[in-house]
Design a protein around this ligand. Sequence first.
Ligand SMILES: [Zn+2]
Length: 269
Amino acid sequence: MHRPLPRNMNVFTSLTDKLFSKKNNFDFSAPLCPLPERLDLASMSRVMVFAPHPDDESIGCGGLLALLAQQGSKVRVVLVTDGGGAGGLPAGAAQIRQQEFIAALAVLGIDEWRMLNFIDGAVDVNAALEQALLNSVMDFSPDTVIMPSMLDLHRDHRAIATALARCSTNLASVTKYIQYEVWCPLPATHLVDISAVADTKWAAISQHQTALKCGDYLTASQGLARYRGLLLGKPGTDAAAEAFVAETADEFRLQRQHWLASTARHMLS
Ligand SMILES: [Zn+2]
């Protein structure tokens, strides 16, 4: 059962027009199955990571963070919520999860973090969130922002991604935006081979014992990494990869309407 589309969904309707118009036949001269590009880590020297909850940093991009730490990049991870569990965890869980977050970062080789303490499960796209994200970026002046995805199924993740998109015109230092996948696989544009640091990623996820009692995120992450590893083209090995949507600042701003339309499509189906 589908709800009718609102009349003012111009972006959405133009997108579907493009997808289904008879004028847009398949281009058979295009590559049969183009693979995502490899992410260029060398150009990432100051990296700010936004984690909605404790564990997202390890599940979404733990391998990438371990590699960045190894190459000497300056990495700061911002935990946006308090990690209290949105009513699903006992009192005091937030403090325990924050310690697990710090321990996971230590495993990844990162000792710079900040906590914004928004309420877990109640993150809204408003001026307070946008200002907090803006202040975080301006305090660190990263060249790269790593963030949750516009398409994530979790509302907190989408709210943070949307707020970052809204204030991105004011984030002058940032030249690259990278969205990671947690609750929804992405139409990946870029890959990182994490085979050499896979055990480090698993060890970081294993620090999140509170979360692991609620779901087997370790096995799920290992499965996703092996699936993404297929795209590395190393048959017969234990290749593991992380997948991302990586865009320049201009692409990120231009694509914003596309991403918002995609999220709207998800919400309307
Ligand atoms: Zn999360």
